[in-house]
Write a protein that binds this ligand. Structure first.
Ligand code: 3HC
Ligand code: NAI
Length: 691
């Protein structure tokens, strides 16, 4: 093999030039990769001993896209991707992309400039740029619809999910699936092309798939409408859609120009910057300074879940989805049946949508062993307790688990706020006790806060972090405190939201401001959804708060069709409630709150700045390892809009000095509440940022 550069080799095998990229971890299109490709192609084309070129990658994957670290960091160095693509597309010899792993973003766009593509059966093909707040900026939006048609192309770029090899073959994205050795198979394929004198297919030249959609805007508009709700606030999906429209309506070169303009606009904008930050934040969260990557792990082959309620059922699904059997424990047959019925219904719904076969539903249900006897947990490698949020009950359960579970088994609790150390202390093996805080619905939400107690063993932490990833969650490590990272940051927001409605804002106005910001719902709609009476005690309630009075009036939330809002029977849409507003206004009058028109800006700042302040305390106390972990918690656990990058990133982008200046204004009314955390005050004074 002749080295083209540090990451590229060229060799002639059997009359075919094999150009191999080897740039770990994912062969991203960094400057050396582009240079290697350019020079390698140049040499391969010039070499009389080569009749065709095969492009293949070493390591775990084909090119997984542009180098994201390079995006937005000034002009790219060396050969541009366009130079490389032009060289391939205009090559007088057939160029074949041989794909394994993932051909994503710029990787697939490079492959689309090859005359032919082949792949292994497990290969995945996609243009996921939309997830980074971008669009495929190297011709992907113009070439892909010319192969798969605009309808499928708009799905692929608008959602960003990859396509498997079988499907890719069916729609013509690849020409062959290679079952044996990929390079050998691709060489054989290239030789066949040469022998049969097959044409040099340039995707750009073929309009046959896009032409029929011309003058029929509804084809793409249907997609736009169907995803409008999910895409609320995001720029990139719409820009991607517009590029596919351009592919349909404009000649190739003009479409390419349009794609370039829109790509550059997104790349310069704040949304993509935030989403690229989140890409790395998510990966950073897996790194724990004192628990190195090579820390040994406990094999988890069988799991126990205690409690088949709202959380226990969803947690169980996460494990059986990846083939890990679960024994689930309840106190009464009825509760067990109810819990399992919910799990079955969830699976049946997936089957109805075509996401699971009926056989698969039965296979997954078959992995669940229901039981009323905790003694059945003797052989499990990990238990997750998900019973009521009550310390005495949890202590009782962990005392029992200590006598039942085998040594070395992980004893986890799903508590949303309680002290893990106190729970661990009732066992003789606090090193095996840990928090695994899933979010509701647990089978859907991506976040799991892994909460380490003072004595939790490193291998228990390493196991839970790895297991989290295995069950397709994003685990973030937290320390013990009331509410851990996420819920702890909610408390201050709630204090201010409750106060704002006494000063003249309505629950709807507060909720609307947060919804407009991009959150899925505001605190009052959330309270109605969860139940206004969660944590409320009818025996001690004496009308001491708006919440008490709502509950006393039977307004317990959606379940009673009345809370902060009114609800029509069978309809969850919140409607402003005169009754609730009167309760609020009467309470405010009694307590002497002057009424005023509170601005949207003030509502936003008073709800979100306490979160930033609490986040700063969480950092200085070491509850979170880094600011980006807090952002991951909020994006994946609470639906913070990813295009704003999480609360700590958002605070950095506002400027911490500006945040503190506003807090000082609010402090005139309530100095204790608005006192900046030490870290926040320090960073604001230094012009620093949360790290
Ligand atoms: N650029 C730079 N670094 C990248 C990268 C990229 N495109 N893709 C992955 N990495 C890094 C990760 O940060 C990680 O680094 P770390 O080990 O230091 O944390 C390492 O590669 C491994 O990544 P994962 O942990 O994600 O590994 P997985 O095996 O779980 O997943 C993957 C591999 C499916 C390729 C996944 O990394 C991924 O989805 N990557 C991003 C793909 C993408 O979005 N491509 C489009 C880029 S934008 C583009 O191409 C613009 C173009 O249109 C002009
Ligand atoms: P839930 O009330 O829906 O379910 C609890 C279940 O535990 C009930 O089915 C009950 O019968 C069962 N149970 C009680 N004692 C038991 C025992 N001794 N043995 C076996 N089963 C027993 O409660 P939910 O909402 O599922 O909450 C469970 C835990 O998860 C709590 O600690 C809660 O704080 C936490 N959590 C809840 C979230 C939510 O949104 N509901 C979110 C994240 C955490």
């Amino acid at each position: 093999m002749a080295a083209i550069n540090d990451v590229t080799d060229l060799e002639i095998r059997d009359g075919i030039a094999v150009l191999t990229l080897d740039s770990p971890p994912v062969n991203a299109l960094s400057a050396p990769v582009r240079d290697g490709l350019y020079k390698g192609m140049q040499q391969a084309i010039a070499d009389d001993n080569a009749a065709a070129v095969v492009l293949v990658c070493a390591g775990r994957t084909f090119i997984a896209g542009a180098d994201i670290t390079e995006l937005g960091s000034g002009g790219p160095q060396g050969a541009s991707l366009t130079d490389v693509q032009d060289m391939m597309e205009s090559s007088p010899k057939p160029v074949v992309a041989a794909i394994h792993g993932t051909a994503l973003g710029g990787g697939l766009e490079t492959a689309l400039c090859c005359h032919y593509r082949v792949g292994v059966p497990t290969a995945l093909f996609g243009l996921p740029e939309v997830k980074l707040g971008l669009l495929p900026g190297a011709g992907g939006t113009q070439r892909l619809p010319r192969i798969v048609g605009p309808e499928m192309a708009v799905e692929m770029v608008g959602i960003g999910e990859p396509m498997g090899a079988e499907k890719a073959l069916e729609v013509g994205l690849i020409s062959e699936i290679i079952k044996g050795d990929l390079t050998e198979g691709a060489i054989a394929f290239a030789k066949k092309l040469v022998a049969e004198n097959r044409p040099l297919v340039r995707v750009r030249d073929d309009d046959s798939k896009v032409a029929p959609a011309r003058g029929k805007p509804e084809i793409i508009d249907n997609f736009r409408k169907a995803h409008a709700r999910k895409n609320r606030g995001f720029l990139a999906p719409e820009y991607n859609i517009q590029c596919i429209e351009a592919a349909v309506e404009l000649p190739f070169e003009e479409g390419l120009k349009r794609e370039g303009e829109l790509f550059r606009e997104l790349l310069k904008g704040p949304q993509s910057a935030a989403q690229r930050y989140m890409f790395f934040a998510e990966r950073q969260a897996a790194k724990i300074p004192d628990v190195p990557k090579d820390t040994s792990q406990i094999p988890v082959r069988k799991v126990g879940v205690i409690g088949a309620g709202t959380m226990g059922g969803g947690i169980t699904m996460n494990f059986v989805n990846v083939g890990i059997p679960v024994t689930i424990i309840e106190t009464a047959q009825e509760a067990l049946d109810r819990g399992l019925a919910v799990v079955r219904r969830n699976y049946e719904n997936s089957a109805k949508k075509g996401k699971l076969t009926q056989d698969e539903v039965e296979r997954r249900m078959g992995l669940i062993t229901p039981s009323l006897d905790m003694a059945d947990l003797g052989d499990v490698d990990m238990v997750i307790e998900a019973v009521f949020e009550n310390m005495d009950l949890k202590r009782e359960i962990f005392t029992k688990l200590d006598t039942i579970c085998k040594q070395g088994a992980i004893l986890a609790t799903n508590t949303s706020a309680l002290d893990i150390n106190e729970i661990a202390a009732v066992t003789k093996r606090p090193e095996s006790v840990i928090g695994t805080h899933f979010f509701s619905p647990a089978n859907v939400m991506k976040l799991v806060e892994v909460v380490r107690g003072d004595k939790t063993a490193k291998e228990v932490i390493a196991t839970c972090m790895a297991l989290g990833k295995k069950i397709d969650k994003i685990p973030v490590l937290a320390g013990v405190c009331h509410g851990f990272i996420g819920n702890r940051m909610l408390f201050g927001r709630r204090v201010q939201a409750d106060k704002l409605i006494l000063e003249g804002a309505t629950p709807k106005r507060v909720d609307d401001v947060l919804y407009e910001f991009g959150l899925p719902m505001g605190p009052f709609a959330m309270s109605d959804l969860a139940g206004v009476d969660v944590g409320w005690n009818p025996k001690t309630s004496q009308g001491g708060s708006v919440r008490d009075r709502l509950c006393e009036a039977g307004r317990r939330g959606q379940k009673t069709n009345a809370g902060y809002y009114d609800y029509k029977e069978g309809d969850r849409t919140p409607v402003e409630s005169d009754v609730a507003l009167k309760i609020i206004r009467d309470f405010a009058a009694e307590k002497g709150y002057p009424q005023r028109d509170v601005s949207d800006q003030e509502i936003l700042e008073r709800c979100l700045f306490p979160m930033i302040n609490e986040g700063a305390k969480i950092l200085e106390e070491g509850i979170a390892i880094r600011a980006s972990d807090i952002d991951v918690v909020w994006v994946y656990g609470y639906g913070w809009p990813v295009y704003r990058g999480g609360p700590m990133y958002w605070a950095n982008s506002l400027g911490l000095d500006k945040v503190v200046a506003r807090m000082e204004e609010f402090a005139k009314d309530d100095p204790e509440f608005w006192k900046p955390a030490g870290l926040l005050a320090k960073l604001a004074a230094e012009g620093g940022k949360f790290q």
